[in-house]
Every structure is written in structure tokens, then in C-alpha cells.
Design a protein around this ligand. Structure first.
Ligand SMILES: Nc1nc2c(ncn2[C@@H]2O[C@H](COP(=O)(O)OP(=O)(O)OP(=O)(O)O)[C@@H](O)[C@H]2O)c(=O)[nH]1
Ligand SMILES: [Mg+2]
Length: 442
């Protein structure tokens, strides 16, 4: 997410950061470079201009130039102003006065409506809501099935209209079912079109009038770049959207759309989709998004994910070990590995850790398919061997290899990785100081 933009902005800011003293021409030079970077990343022209105006006003304010580290302060100003582009404070979802609250998912074809509906249900369910999903994309039988499959996967009930039937009637019926079942929120998946047309807008407006949603979330694909802003404008004018779900932020989108939407249409991004899995939906918290752009790492995001994935008892036990009470054993290694697996793709997780890019992380080159093999190897060891890997001599390695159906070379590699892991934990411990809730303890 924001990889290229982040790197370039970082490059532009680096010069400013390194200076002990900042003069006005230096600041202006730096801002010119930032301007180029933003425009290259497809950020809307007007949004860029306003942004730089605010940064410059603050950066040239007296307090900054006399500060101990003016460069760092400018980074902070840019960070704050980037955050302001996304909104003020963490976005929330409105709940209507009635029950259920209705969330209408709208957007063009393939933008990620169905997937995001399920992700949102998952997320709200975790937060204590009782979500129900409604399949009101009745143009294709596959669309209904897709939502049913996702619903089954996350354990949320799905009510579906009839294929080819009237989506508005289906939405009303779904709301009735949700009401009877006392569900707190109904998330309605709708049909997409290749482009904005009167048919689609008419249908969505009728649906909206009928079910009175407390949220109309427009799902847009970040990869569409500036076009995403135009699409959002179209939907907002026709329907009055309440927020945006920007999907596929895990791809190599340039980020401009995400930075421009609120400035242009005045509606916040509420969630960002960061992958195909049902857990790959992050709250679009302005501070955190800005932090990601400036590569300060998204510690809150990391902690949130870790909390979802991690069994608290395991966590407490691991934390103790890592903090030096007791030793980190191969059994703990197995537990940690299982937790990491549950958190999602490792490369994504690592991006959330500040400074992780510079660290040598042994698990990072562990192919997910190999987790199963590693598990088999560890399970073939005796409890003593798991606690004291040093006792595993050559003949024991052969026995373990045979027991797990893996090769001796693989056993060796695992033992080596385990050693590296112990070293890595030491680094993490040093880096993350007092932070709680991390996958291997803090
Ligand atoms: N990488 C990535 N893929 C995503 C994300 N969100 C959705 N997708 C993928 O995008 C494709 C389309 O998603 P859908 O949810 O079916 O999109 P839709 O808007 O419902 O599409 P239609 O119903 O055909 O209009 C699927 O393959 C999803 O897995 C995301 O945040 N990241
Ligand atoms: Mg769909």
C-alpha cells in the first residue's frame, strides 16, 4: 500500500530531515519536490495545491525554523497534513435508529462489493454486532453463490433474492428477515455495472429509498487511479454516499485516488481492502494511513491484526518467554508460527512493523506451504528435543526426518531457522520496547 509514493516522499523529505538549519528557500525547494511526487502519484491537482499551502504555512511558522530538529518537524507536519487529507479522526459507521441498521454496498463491476460486504460483516461481527448479509445482485446466479460461500466461510447468515428477480423487493424482504431474526446490521450486496448509467442509479436509488440505509458505502478499486475520484463523484451526486471502501490497496495502485477522494467529494474513506481474504479489511484511520505513506510503520494496524489472530493465553505465555522468563523453545516456535499464519500473508504483516524492512527476518522466507512440513518435523521430536534442540545430534536428525516424512536437510534447515528466530526475537524485543500485543510478545 502506498509503496512507491511513500518511497518517493521519503526521498523528498530526506534532504530536509538531514539539515540542522532550514531556510525558507530550502523548505520551498523541498515542497516543490513533494508537489511533483504527489502529482505523479495521481493526486488531484487542487488537493495537492491546498495540501502544500497548509504544509508551507506551518513549515515556515516561526516555531519550526528555530526548533532543534526542524527537518523532523517538517516530516511531522507533512504527516499531519496527509492524515487530514483522509479525514479527521478514525472513521465510524453510522447506525440508524431502527434495527437492523442497513449498510448498502454500491459500486462498479468488479470493484470488490461482494468481497467487501463479507469482510465488513466479519469485522462488525467481531466487534459484537450480529450481521446478516443480503444478496441483492440478482443479475448473475454466480453473484448470489459467491456471497453465500463467503457468508458460510465467516459464519454470517445470507438471505438471497431470486435470480432475475427485483432487487428492491429482495432488499426489503431481507430487511424484514433481519428484523425478525433481531440482527443488528444488514449488509446489502448490489449489482455492479461497467460504468455509471441511469439504469443502475435508478435501481440503487429505489433500493435506498426503500430500505433507508444508515450507510451507503461506495466500493472503489484503488487501481483505477484518478478515475476512482470521478466514479465517486458520480455515485455521490446520484445517491449521496456516506463513505468509501477503497479496495485493492495491496496492489501497486499509486495512491492518488485514496488521497484525493475526500478532498474532492468531501466523503471519507472508511475502510481499505488490502487483500482477497475475509480479514483483509482495515479501518481507514487517517493517522495510520498517513503513517504508512511515510513508512513510519503501522503499529496500530499490526496490533489489531495480531489481536484478531492470537489466542490470548498463547500470547501471554510467549510474551513471558520472550521477555526472558523461561526459554523460547521449538514448541513456542510452532505456536508462534501458527499465529503468524493466522495473521495473513507474511509480507503484508512485515510491512506493518516499523523498520522491519531493514531487519533480517527468518520467517519471511518461509513458504506458507512449508508450515505444514515444519509442523510435522517439530511434532516428530521428543518433548526433550523440543525444549533442548542442542541435544539433536546426527542420528536423532535421521530419526526425526524419518518420523516426519521430510528430509534430513529440511530438519537441519529448520533447526538453523529456529536459531535465527531466537536471534530475531532479541532484535524485536530491543526494538519494540514496551509495546504489547505483538505476535511474539514485546
Ligand atoms: N487483492 C485484492 N483483491 C480484492 C480486494 N477486494 C476484492 N478483491 C478481488 O476483486 C475481485 C472482484 O471482487 P468482487 O467482490 O467479486 O467484486 P464485485 O464488486 O462484487 O463484482 P461484481 O459483483 O461483478 O460487480 C475478486 O477476485 C476479489 O477477490 C482487495 O482489497 N485486494
Ligand atoms: Mg459482486
Amino acid at each position: 500500500m502506498f509503496d512507491e509514493l511513500g518511497t518517493k516522499l521519503d526521498g523528498a523529505l530526506k534532504k530536509l530531515r538531514q539539515r540542522g538549519v532550514l531556510t525558507e528557500p530550502m523548505v520551498k525547494d523541498g515542497l516543490r519536490e513533494i508537489r511533483r511526487v504527489l502529482l505523479e502519484a495521481d493526486v488531484n491537482f487542487q488537493v495537492t495545491r491546498d495540501f502544500l499551502g497548509r504544509v508551507q504555512a506551518r513549515a515556515l511558522g516561526e516555531a519550526v525554523l528555530k526548533a532543534v530538529s526542524p527537518g523532523q518537524q517538517i516530516v511531522k507536519i507533512v504527516h499531519d497534513e496527509l492524515a487530514r487529507l483522509f479525514g479527521d479522526g478514525a472513521p465510524t459507521l453510522a447506525t440508524g435508529s431502527g434495527r437492523p441498521s442497513v449498510v448498502l454496498m454500491v459500486g462498479l463491476q468488479g470493484s470488490g462489493k461482494t468481497t467487501s460486504a463479507a469482510k465488513l460483516a466479519r469485522r462488525l461481527g467481531r466487534g459484537g454486532a450480529t450481521p446478516m448479509l443480503a444478496a441483492c445482485d440478482l443479475q448473475r446466479p454466480a453473484a448470489i453463490e459467491q456471497l453465500q460461500t463467503l457468508g458460510a466461510q465467516i459464519g454470517a447468515p445470507v438471505v438471497a433474492g431470486e435470480f432475475g428477480g427485483d432487487p428492491v423487493a429482495a432488499a426489503l424482504a431481507a430487511r424484514e428477515r433481519a428484523r425478525e431474526g433481531n440482527f443488528s446490521v444488514l449488509i446489502i450486496d448490489t449489482a455492479g455495472r461497467l460504468q455509471i448509467d441511469d439504469d443502475l442509479m435508478g435501481e440503487l436509488r429505489r433500493m435506498s429509498d426503500a430500505v433507508e440505509p444508515s450507510e451507503i458505502l461506495l466500493v472503489v478499486d484503488a487501481m483505477t487511479g484518478q478515475e476512482a475520484v470521478t466514479i465517486a463523484q458520480g455515485f455521490d451526486q446520484a445517491l449521496g454516499i456516506t463513505g468509501v471502501v477503497m479496495t485493492k490497496m495491496d496492489g501497486d495502485a499509486r495512491g492518488g485516488a485514496a488521497l484525493s477522494i475526500r478532498g474532492v467529494i468531501g466523503k471519507p474513506i472508511k475502510f481499505v481492502g488490502v487483500g482477497e481474504g475475509v480479514d483483509d479489511l482495515d479501518s481507514a484511520d487517517p493517522e495510520r494511513l498517513a503513517g504508512r505513506i511515510l513508512q513510519m510503520g503501522d503499529v496500530v494496524g499490526l496490533v489489531e491484526r495480531a489481536q484478531v489472530a492470537i489466542d490470548e493465553e498463547d500470547q501471554a505465555r510467549l510474551q513471558k518467554k520472550v521477555m526472558g522468563q523461561g526459554r523460547f523453545t521449538l514448541e513456542d516456535f510452532l505456536v508462534a508460527m501458527r499465529q503468524v499464519q493466522r495473521m495473513g500473508p507474511l509480507d503484508q504483516i512485515l510491512k506493518l512493523i516499523p523498520g522491519a524492512g531493514r531487519m533480517k527476518i527468518p520467517l519471511a522466507n518461509l513458504d506458507p506451504k512449508r508450515f505444514k512440513h515444519v509442523e510435522a518435523i517439530i511434532l516428530s521430536m521428543t518433548p526433550e528435543e523440543r525444549r533442548e534442540p542442542d541435544v539433536i545430534n546426527a542420528s536423532r536428525r535421521v530419526r526425526i526426518a524419518r518420523g516426519s516424512g521430510r528430509s534430513v536437510a529440511e530438519v537441519n534447515r529448520l533447526l538453523k531457522q529456529f536459531k535465527e528466530m531466537q536471534g530475531f526475537l532479541k532484535q524485536m524485543k530491543g526494538m519494540l520496547g514496551g509495546m504489547g500485543g505483538l505476535p511474539f510478545g514485546s
